[in-house]
Structure formats: structure tokens, C-alpha cells
Ligand binder design. Structure first.
Ligand code: SF4
Length: 280
């Protein structure tokens, strides 16, 4: 089978940095002596490798001994969590992506300037849960259908988006927001260019292939968005974690397959998948 790759795919700088910070922390404190608050990134094989090297994982601070070394994952944490970690004298190793940190600062700033903050994103995603902690009563909207009910009359709106959303998705929701009564709207571009470039490359590749494979963690928001965009191009699209999930029926009748990978998907997953497809 002929395989074409998206010309922008796989690890972004934020994920590379987070893995490097985690590995360095394990070296510095010793295997088993540092605990990540949740998966460092949304990729099982990477998280598993880090665990094998000695990075432990915990759901919250209450399960840890006071003073333990704590790693904040790439998606960041709420100010409450950070304050609690400080109060419990934890040694914090911060692997929050700089762009997520920027979104947190923007939300804080918008609130300080008197804007009511609206965040376009998935309220259950750890990045969003962290970012909205930086201002009170942030309204979170994930779909344009939610706007009318979620957005009561507000005078001044400050809008940000989850870093991994697509410009199209954000534009769709903003278009709905501006139909509501308000005096002023300030839109901060908190989208990540690494993600946007992967989206553009994946959509372009859809023109050249008969079936698309989007590789990455099933909980990875940027990978889900890649799959959604490819699917919206009307091409059969499969979001898989790796070659183990592949089924030959997925390429039945096709001669050219396209492959891309989310920002938290390692190169080894991609290479294994391409090798498998090419051997068909
Ligand atoms: S996708 Fe963008 S925002 Fe997310 S970790 Fe990577 S660089 Fe940071």
C-alpha cells in the first residue's frame, strides 16, 4: 500500500519539553521519588515509558506525603492546586507548556481588566480545568448550540480558547456569541500554532489519499480535533493509538493511505504504523 505522511505531525515543542523536564526530574530526585499529578501528556506509551524510568503518578495531592516532589503536567494546574502544593511544602517541578501558561495569564489579566471571561473548550479537559481557575465564574462553551443557554447578558466579554482547538471551531462559536447582547468583546488568540499547522497539513493531505489514519491518544484533544477535521473532509478517517488497533478492513479497496499524528504522539508509533501499512 502507498503511504503518504502529513508534512507537519507528531511531537510539538511543549510535549518535548514536558518529557525532558520529567526525565531530568527523575534523574535528579531518583526513580520513584517524583510524582506526576495525572498523565504528563495524553499518550499511553510515552507515559508508560516514563513510569518505567521511575516517574510515579497520582490523582491528587492528598494521597502524597508532605514535601514530596510533584510534577505539574503539560496541561498545567489550577492556582488552588499550586497553593495547596506550596502549603504542603511539596517541591514543584513545573512542566506546564508555555502556551498553556500564557492562556492562564491572559484569563487572569482579562478578569483584572473587568472582562467576564468566556473560554471556548472542553470543560472536562485538564488544560481547561486549570485555565478557568485563574478567574471567577468563567463561562465554558464547547459547541455553538450551548452559547444561548451558557451566556447570559454580560457587558464586557473576554474570550479565550483551549490551545488545541481549530480556528474554524473557535470562529463558529464566536460568531454565535456576537449575536448575544453585549457592549464589548475582547478576543485573545490562545490557539497553538503547532496544532494549527498539524491541522492544515492533515486537511491538505486528505486531498491526496483515499483513507486517513490519525495516530494518538484517544483522550488527546488535538488528536481528536485532527480526526474531526479529516472526517469533515468526507474521507474515511480512523483515530487509532497505534498499529495494534489496525484492522485490514479499514483499508479495503484503497491504494493510498494518509497518516498523521497528534502533538503528543511519538515518532516510534508513527514509524511502526507506516511500516505495517507499507507491508500490506
Ligand atoms: S500542542 Fe501546543 S499548547 Fe499543547 S503542549 Fe504542544 S505546544 Fe503546548
Amino acid at each position: 500500500m502507498k503511504v503518504k505522511l502529513a508534512n507537519k505531525r507528531g511531537f510539538c515543542f511543549g510535549v518535548e519539553d514536558a518529557i525532558e523536564i520529567a526525565e531530568r526530574a527523575v534523574e535528579e530526585h531518583g526513580p520513584g521519588n517524583i510524582v506526576a499529578l495525572g498523565p504528563v501528556i495524553h499518550n499511553r506509551s510515552v507515559v508508560q515509558r516514563l513510569e518505567e524510568k521511575g516517574l510515579n503518578q497520582a490523582g491528587d495531592l492528598d494521597t502524597l506525603a508532605e514535601g514530596a516532589n510533584v510534577l505539574i503536567r503539560s496541561h498545567g494546574a489550577t492556582p488552588e492546586t499550586l497553593a495547596k502544593a506550596e502549603a504542603r511544602k511539596h517541591n514543584i517541578v513545573d512542566a506546564t507548556c508555555v502556551l498553556v501558561k500564557k492562556a492562564q495569564e491572559v484569563v487572569k489579566q482579562l478578569h483584572a481588566e473587568g472582562y467576564h471571561v468566556v473560554m471556548i473548550g472542553d470543560r472536562n479537559h485538564p488544560e481547561v480545568r486549570g485555565v478557568i481557575g485563574y478567574a471567577p465564574d468563567v463561562v465554558v462553551i464547547d459547541r455553538k448550540e450551548e452559547v444561548a443557554a451558557a451566556l447570559p447578558h454580560k457587558e464586557r466579554l473576554g474570550v479565550v480558547a483551549q490551545t488545541t482547538h481549530s480556528p474554524e471551531h473557535v470562529a463558529e462559536i464566536v460568531a454565535e456569541i456576537v449575536k448575544r447582547p453585549f457592549k464589548e468583546i475582547k478576543l485573545h488568540n490562545t490557539l497553538c500554532m503547532e496544532v494549527t499547522q498539524r491541522q492544515e497539513a492533515a486537511v491538505a493531505l486528505c486531498e491526496e489519499v483515499e483513507v486517513m489514519f490519525v495516530l494518538g491518544g484517544l483522550h488527546s484533544a488535538n488528536t481528536q480535533e485532527l480526526a474531526r477535521l479529516c472526517s469533515a473532509k468526507g474521507i474515511p478517517t480512523h483515530h487509532l493509538e497505534g498499529w495494534a488497533d489496525f484492522d485490514p478492513a479499514m483499508v479495503a479497496g484503497a491504494e493510498v493511505a494518509g497518516v498523521t499524528a497528534g502533538a503528543s504522539t511519538p515518532e516510534w508509533t508513527l514509524q511502526e504504523f507506516v511500516k505495517g501499512l507499507e507491508a500490506l
